[in-house]
Design a protein around this ligand. Sequence first.
Ligand code: DAH
Length: 368
Amino acid sequence: MSTIIDLQTKIRKIQTQLATDIDNLASQQELTISYLGKKGLFNQVAQMLRELPNEEKKTAGQLLNQLKEELSAKIATVTISESDNQSWIDLSAPGIQPKVGHMHPISQAMRDITHIFEQIGFTRVRYPEVDWDWYVFESLNMPPDHPARDEWETFFVDAPDTTDKNVAYDASEPRGRHPSLIGGKMVMTTHTSNGQVREMERLNSTPPIRMINIGRCYRRQQDATHTQMFHQFEGLVVDEGINIQHLKGTLDYFAEQFYGPGTKSRIRPFHFQFTEPSFEVDFSCHICGGTGLIDGNRCKFCKSGWHEVGGAGMVHPNVLKAGGIDPEIYTGFAFGWGVERTYTLKEGLNIDDIRLFYSGDLRFLEQF
Ligand code: DAH
């Protein structure tokens, strides 16, 4: 009578022998026959099952199943050499269809947002994700040490602070426009608002400007509703005679295009350093039609008929000045908010944990 120990010893021998045979360049066909064939080593060892005591049979069966899987997998990795007799390849068999993926849901949302704004004459731009403090804060009317900066939990980059007077001043660099502010710290962009003054510079401080800047942002935050990396989109319009009605019209247009006909926008007074006046922006809930009720019950998705999405306002004169634009002649509006939230609202998704978007877990991503 054999025991499970004998079986395990045999299994190990087969594993070692397969490794040796593969090293000695045995062909896939030879290996298939001698290991998995009718009289192959696997079937030989499998016969031991009969000789084992009943209480060991279950474990032995599992070991044998594992062995079979391992042998098949290893043999399958052996490349078919020319010496193999290829007659067993069935050329008429259908091929293996490669799996077709699709765009990440957040990329889809960015594409849709871009398209909606391009329809009304905005140009999509991209600006650095790692940028000077000047573009991220200072040019946006937030001097060093201003308390408003605390709202953006910033990652600082360990790069030389070029305010060091030993570092040469490069006049070809756009910051050459701000001789008093050469250099400064490098930060991971905490919002896409860094694109505002960059866009003014790109257009040589000459309106009209109609920018949509979509990009990655970074903040020191990580929980179920925040990821350290996320996306925002930022709109900026500067021209003569731009007023709040243009902003409101643009928000209503976006609401209808992105969330569907009948969706409205609402602006509420707020404070941002870079806009005056400033607003928070809400969109009416497209699930309950903005009523807050579904069949007489409270809409579970919005509770009040509205969803808060982001910020907006009329560009502060200091921001226009920082971009070399005369605020006596030109005015502008700006808005900015998160792509992830904008997208999950659209789909009516109650995603408990937005980190799932970046988990790379196909079970999650394949649903979109
Ligand atoms: N940058 C702001 C943030 O990240 C959002 C924002 C508010 C952008 C108002 C704007 C604006 O352009 O006008 O919270």
